[in-house]
Every structure is written in C-alpha cells, then in structure tokens.
Design a protein around this ligand. Structure first.
Ligand SMILES: [Zn+2]
Ligand SMILES: [Zn+2]
Length: 369
C-alpha cells in the first residue's frame, strides 16, 4: 500500500536568497502519514521570505493534489483521492487546540514528519550538500510529492479540482477567516482593507460574504483595485504616501467616524499600525499580512477602546472552516477561479515571484502534475 521511495523535482531554497530545482527522493509514508502527488501550489509572499530561512528547504505551503499512498493507521483517505493541504496542522490535544485555537497548536513542530533525508527507508539519500532537507510549514508543496501528517490533509469535494482549490490552504483561509472568524464582520458594517494582493482580496471576499455595507479597498496598483471591485469592494482608493489624507478619505466614507474593521494586508511593516487610525472608536484594527520588521506606534492611536489583533491564518479550525469554504465555492459565493491570475510550470518559479512582487498577479499557481 505504501510503495517505495519516489523521486521528482522540487524547488529548494538555499537559505541565502536563492533557490534551485532539484530531484528529491521522498520516503513512503510512515504511520499516520500521507504521501501526496502534488497537482497545483499557490505562490505566496511568505514563499519569497522562505528563500532566507535555514535550508535547504522544500518550498511551498499552499497546495493540493491526490493521495499517492497512506501510512499505517490513516483512516478516511485512499490513493487517488483529491486533497487540499493545510499548513497549520493541529494536534487536537494541546492547550490551544483544547480551547479551539487550532491555528496556534503548540505541538505542530514536535509531531512533524522528519526532514527528508533523516528517515527510515532511504537514510542519507535525499540530503543536499550533506544536510537533510527541511519542508516549508511542514508541507513543502513546490514538489512532485509531499510527505505530510494525515491531519494536514482535507479531502476535496467532487467538482472542486486541485487548481484552483490549492489557494484555499493559505491566502483564502487567511483573508476570509480574518474577516469572519476574527473580526466577525456583521451585516451592514464597514470595512477598509489596505493592500489588494492574495490575502487582501480574500478579506474583501469575507467582508462581502458577511454582508458588509461599505468595503473600502486601498492599493497603489489600479488593476488590483479593479479586481477588488469584482470581488466585493464598494469603494476604491488609490494609495498615496500621505497617510493622513487616506485616513481623512476613509473617515469621509463613514460619517467621519472611521470603519468598524480596518485590515492591513500589505506586508509593509511601516503600515502595520495604520488600521488603528482607520478604525472607529471601539472598532477593530487587524494586521493580517504577518509583516515582520520594526514598527512603532503612539499610544493615542489606540484611543479609544480599539482592539489591535494579529490573527494567524484567519484562526483556522480545519474541520469547521474548510467544509464551509467548499460550500461557498460550490454556491458561487466565494470566488476562486478569478483569483488565480497567472499559472506557471514549477521551473518558472522565478517568474511567479517577479509577477507577485511587482503586483501583476492576484494569485500565481504552479502547475506541478
Ligand atoms: Zn495542538
Ligand atoms: Zn501563505
């Protein structure tokens, strides 16, 4: 049932800002593990950041494909089943999982599948430069095969193919979940979103699904604002360097008060606190881009009674959220196909990065199979 070692091309980050396509050998799945034949993988800003993570590293943390083989004890999955991968892999038993915050699981690292080249069937066979190969977010989806824990795998429903479903497992979940699970946008409320890339566009979709009355999209690139309109933005504001002017324009759309929920989805750390100025008193300011780097804020920005939140992965609870997202796609309420603006072979990852960094793509998808 579990077959032997399989080899295929993988995008490997070198830890110094570069990557190469290498042939990597992947062990058969051990107990509780699944080997997935990748079909499609979304490209995210975090993948570009991962070029400098300790490597070598199989890149990619969004993806979907077909079950190739399953390890002992894996239930409910069979070879050939189309599946979505999810990078925040809950243990189901720790303090955070127990309180329902599965995206914050404390044992994900501990339970991870061993790095390639350290394990059973092929010791040393998959090392690069003598070192075992790590996998981005316990997945490594920019590869012909991914070896993952069974808890990372969600079966896809009939009629939802791996492309475009692959982007559900990071960008869509992060954006839609931040709007619905974390901010809990309610019908008739107002929302502002800074940055209309893969995550920001999905905050906008989440706000639309929630029934927000005012959804203000802010971006520098006109084509991205146009996409935001198609996905649910009611007002489009071209970004400028004048933050005070932007704050004034958003307030003017909300009776001078500020929006109920303001989101930063640019990845620019200097903008991380701007949502505090866009949100009304008693409103929510959310930094959903995961921007790192330095930033500072004057305490009066929090006045009065504003909540500043940094949700991880839209507070994803896989068993609750993925079935709901699948239903919304089937009903036409959640747009996936329109988000995938560019497709590439695995070998064109550099072009996918360039299109993303220069704001040409909404979501780029690598076609792997
Ligand atoms: Zn846990
Ligand atoms: Zn991502």
């Amino acid at each position: 049932m579990t077959g032997g070692v399989l080899s295929g091309p993988s995008a490997i980050a070198d830890g110094r800002g570069g990557f190469s396509i290498e042939t990597v050998e992947v062990d058969p799945p051990g107990p509780g593990e699944v080997r997935v034949a990748m079909a499609a993988a979304g490209v995210c800003h975090t993948d570009h950041a991962s070029l400098r993570w300790p490597g070598p590293l199989v890149m990619g943390h969004e993806g979907a494909g077909h079950v190739e083989s399953i390890g002992a004890g894996v239930r409910g999955l069979a070879p050939g089943q189309p599946v979505l991968l999810n990078w925040a892999i809950p243990c189901g038993a720790c303090f955070q999982c127990g309180r329902g915050a599965q995206a914050l699981c404390e044992r994900t690292h501990e339970l991870d599948v061993p790095a390639l080249g350290t394990s059973r069937a092929h010791p040393g066979g998959t090392r690069l430069h003598g070192r075992p190969i790590e996998r981005s977010f316990h997945l490594g989806t920019f590869a012909r095969h991914a070896l993952v824990r069974a808890e990372a795998v969600t079966p896809l429903p009939d009629g939802l193919p791996p492309d475009p479903a692959c982007i559900l497992g990071c960008a869509v979940m992060t954006g839609v979940g931040s709007a619905l699970n974390v901010a809990a946008v309610a019908p008739g409320e107002s929302v502002a979103v800074l940055g209309c890339g893969g995550v920001g566009l999905n905050v906008i979709q989440g706000a639309r699904i929630a029934g927000a009355a005012v959804v203000v999209a802010v971006d520098r690139v006109p084509a991205r604002l146009e996409r935001a309109r198609e996905l649910g933005a009611t007002h489009l504001l071209p970004a400028t360097d004048d933050a005070e002017d932007l704050v004034a324009r958003v307030r003017a759309l909300t009776g001078g008060r500020g929006v109920d929920h303001a989101f930063e989805a640019t990845g620019v750390s200097a903008l991380a606190f701007l949502p505090l100025q866009l949100a009304r008193n008693g409103g929510n300011a959310l930094q959903v881009s995961g921007a790192h780097g330095a930033g500072s804020v004057e305490l009066p920005r929090f006045f009065w009674n504003k909540r500043y939140l940094t949700p991880l992965y839209g507070d994803c609870v896989p068993g609750r959220d993925f079935p709901r997202l699948f239903d919304w796609v089937a009903q036409g309420r959640l747009e996936l196909a329109a988000l995938v603006s560019h497709r590439y072979p695995l070998g064109a990852l550099d072009r996918a990065f360039a299109d993303m960094l220069e704001g040409r793509s909404a979501k780029g998808v690598l076609r792997i199979a």
